[in-house]
Design a binder for this molecule. Structure first.
Ligand code: NDP
Length: 241
């Protein structure tokens, strides 16, 4: 039977590549997005997937959207928590808003999306939950106390939930990408971008399709023995224990 996947932030950047790849792999994919209607319409048009506007930092919006998606598409088998933002600043200059926005969009969102979907996965005895963390959640990054804390939180969430769901046929894994060529990285100053590339042993930025490939691997039926893992995809920039 065709499996249904939800990809948050699935209409742009890495999320778009994930939506495209899972669709190519034969899944029925629903992409959620925050506010960029133009990108969402282009994604729906190009990939032939259903898109829903849903602020993942808002628990009520997530519950309502998941309800709507399940009414239209049936039970969700694969959840990819990918939506994320940065609001960089050294901590001594960081506003409460910069802290809160990043924590709620990158970390609270994982709770907001996963909890309403989990009950159905538990009932059916199958699920694949894939959370997009970051190299900067593993090693920390100057100017990103908010983002590094949120992305490290995603890893803790992944490892804890993997233990809670293992006997129910639900795997929970994280992917920690290094620097990937998307709008998020394009927003960096050219000097900063060159400095980053100089730190990557493979000598280039990653491609969104390479992260989508890791997601497809973890979403596969045969990945049922892999849970609680953090898969790094960073060109060798940070080789964690
Ligand atoms: P982009 O900025 O290119 O895309 C972000 C996506 O998230 C968009 O679809 C956006 O929707 C969505 N989004 C943002 N805020 C919300 C919200 N409140 N509610 C719903 N959707 C939202 O990001 P990337 O593709 O670069 O990043 C994707 C993920 O990968 C993020 O979690 C990021 O932290 C992580 N990552 C990225 C790296 C990189 O180098 N790019 C490195 C490591 C991790 P909309 O289009 O409507 O704005």
């Amino acid at each position: 039977m065709t499996k249904t996947a939800i990809v948050t932030g699935g209409t742009r950047g890495i999320g778009y590549a994930i939506t495209a790849r899972l669709k190519t792999d034969g899944l029925n994919v629903v992409a959620l997005y925050g506010g960029n209607d133009e990108a969402a319409a282009a994604c729906a048009d190009k990939l032939g997937v259903d898109v829903f506007k849903c602020d993942v930092s808002d628990p009520d919006a997530c519950a309502a959207t998941i309800d709507e998606v399940q009414k239209k598409h049936g039970a969700v088998d694969v959840l990819v928590n990918n939506a994320g933002i940065t609001r960089d600043s050294a901590l001594h200059k960081m506003s409460r808003e910069q802290w809160r926005e990043v924590i709620s969009t990158n970390l609270d969102s994982v709770f907001n999306m996963t909890q309403p979907i989990l009950a159905g996965m538990r009932d059916r005895g199958f699920g694949r939950i894939i959370n997009i963390s970051s190299i900067n959640g593993q090693k920390g990054q100057f100017g990103q106390t908010n983002y590094s804390a949120a992305k490290a939180g995603v890893i803790g969430f992944t490892r804890a939930l993997a233990q809670e769901t293992a006997r129910k046929g639900i795997t929970v894994n994280a992917i920690a990408p290094g620097y990937i060529e998307t709008d998020m990285v394009a927003a960096m100053k050219p000097e900063a971008r060159e400095a980053v590339i100089a730190q990557i042993p493979v000598g280039r930025l990653g491609q969104a399709e390479e992260i989508a490939h890791a997601v497809a691997f973890l979403a596969d039926d045969l990945a049922g023995f892999i849970t609680g893992a953090v898969l790094t995809a960073n060109g060798g920039q940070y080789i964690a224990a």
